[in-house]
Design a protein around this ligand. Structure first.
Ligand code: SAH
Length: 374
């Protein structure tokens, strides 16, 4: 069986080189070819000895998940459905903005956490993604976007990169796939690979407390926490992992994380669900709840999907909620909804996880035509 080199971070690749009877520093050369230049063809890696290139060609490969579908939203947001085998798909979203390009990366096929307002959760859990399948989303997106830009003659940025930021906010709970996610994060940060700063890589978690501590020690990147509720009663309902790690423990873990975090605040995500968690008294309770955690709020207007049983809060309710937080001294912003016309917005990622929850019945109309921006 072929060894997929996308599955290795720098340390792993160095070990692999030794197994090949090569010097560990070959790993650096390979990383640069694979991740900086997006090269998958060993024959092109001309500063590596021909005999070793042939050995690699015989027993190894650079293989990102293949694209099954591509959709481009009217606001330029791109969504790719990538094949991870036996009828499973994962989704990756690219969000272009004036000053950055953010890639939203998936970590699992489906999700086990069962947050009722999230479309991914509705599909149940299938499996963890491998390192190669996680970093492969970035490898793929960078290659795809570079090719698209080349076609229209548009320049890439000074680092030759189109993806400037990564958010682990796609399908799945990243901290429930800890080892593979950390290896992928290390590649994102590695100067021989993607060279992103820790501040430009954000991991979002529903609040798996012990894994937050492990991440702090293993690879502290910027942290977003899906808070979504001002008290345990509401959070137990909408983010069931709260029953295991209630707010008091979660907030203490946030403060421990900040001891090593690249930013001096935690981003609290708060999905705005009409009549559930969006009342003025909830905002006041929330302001009080997190008083001892340096933080910023990102309010997410809930994005609908069929059969969810929730409604998005009204514009006025969202702004009033935000203003109460601001008046209490917090930074609070409302997340701009991107790509919702192609179901690429937060909580709408579904892939084609092998049907555990009769998703097909709920999603009567599916994929729209595949086009790329000219
Ligand atoms: N499992 C991780 C990573 C997912 S990040 C986590 O829970 O943080 C995706 C973010 O979008 C999370 O904050 C999630 O709670 C939120 N979300 C999920 N479904 C949503 C929906 N339908 N509308 C808006 N936000 C949603």
């Amino acid at each position: 069986m072929s060894v997929n080199l996308l599955n290795y971070d720098a340390a792993g690749l160095a070990e692999l080189m030794v197994q090949y009877g090569e010097k560990p520093f070959r790993a650096k050369q390979l990383l640069k070819w694979i991740h900086q230049r997006g090269e998958a063809d060993f024959a092109q890696m001309t500063d590596i000895a021909k005999t070793f290139r042939e050995k690699l060609a015989a027993g190894a490969e650079v293989k990102a998940p293949a694209m099954l579908a591509e959709q481009i939203a009217s606001d330029g947001t791109a969504k790719w459905l990538l094949d991870v085998g036996v009828g499973n798909g994962i989704e990756t979203v690219f969000i272009p903005e004036d000053d950055r390009g953010t890639l939203c990366v998936s970590s699992q096929v489906g999700c086990a956490l069962d947050c009722g307002f999230c479309s991914t959760a509705k599909q149940g859990f299938n499996r963890n993604l491998s390192v190669g399948e996680i970093i492969g989303q970035l490898w793929w997106a960078e290659n795809r976007l570079t090719a698209a830009q080349a076609r229209v003659g548009a320049p890439v940025n000074e680092d030759n990169r189109i993806v400037t930021n990564v958010v682990m906010m796609g399908m799945g709970e990243p901290l429930a796939n800890f080892e593979n996610v950390v290896a992928a994060l290390r590649l994102m940060l590695d100067d021989n690979a993607y060279g992103l700063s820790r501040r430009r890589v954000t991991l979002s978690t529903s609040g798996i407390v012990p894994a937050m501590d492990r991440l702090r020690d293993a690879c502290p990147v910027a942290l977003a926490v899906s808070l979504h509720a001002p008290n345990d009663a509401i959070r137990d309902e909408i983010v069931p992992i709260n029953k295991k790690y209630p707010l008091k423990e979660l907030l203490a873990a946030c403060n421990r994380y900040l001891e090593k975090a690249p930013r001096d605040f935690i981003t609290f995500e708060y999905v705005m669900l009409d009549g559930v968690n969006d009342q003025p008294e909830h905002a006041r309770q929330l302001a009080e709840l997190v008083r001892h955690v340096p933080c910023k709020f990102n309010l997410i207007p809930w994005n609908p999907f069929p059969g969810a049983g929730y409604n998005r809060s009204g514009r006025d309710a969202i702004l009033a909620f935000r203003d109460i937080l601001i008046d209490a001294g917090y930074v609070a912003t409302v997340r701009k909804t991107r790509g919702d016309d192609i179901d690429a917005a937060c909580g709408q990622l579904a892939g084609q996880v092998k049907d555990k929850t009769r998703r097909a019945e709920r999603h009567a109309v599916e994929t729209k035509p595949i086009i790329f921006r000219p």
